[in-house]
Design a protein around this ligand. Sequence first.
Ligand code: MG
Length: 160
Amino acid sequence: MEYRIGQGYDVHQLREGLPMWLGGVQIPSTMGFVAHSDGDVAIHALCDALLGALAMGDIGHLFPDTSDEWKGVDSKVLLADVMGRVRSLGWQVGNVDITIALQAPKLAPHIDTMRSTLAGVMGIDVDRVSVKATTTEHLGFVGRGEGCEVWAVALLCRSL
Ligand code: MG
């Protein structure tokens, strides 16, 4: 087997009155993410990890926010597109691991739904998808409730 690893990072600003999409799931909240797409910052970081593993650029390059084609797009569509690119080159996902930093609301009740949703879109077993969440103890822009920060890593493998 040959292996590739990639990492992704994304930040979106929070604003009152927008829907909050994270990990493919709508989270009950009075605030959501400012974005050209649905603002699913977790999926964006995950896409960049997958693309990074194959040195295929980033989602801002593939799905430009200047294009009407991607305005308001469900980020699951972007993830499915990225997975198509990964598979077309013969790669499979070993595992992915996502860390979400958000002060509120608490994400613990939604973690398993995010994992199963992402696994479904990616066409992989749920035990290959890790989603973790933390606050930043009220420190920094995340802690002040101004935004959400996400890190993701992805391991890809392919038979030689
Ligand atoms: Mg983004």
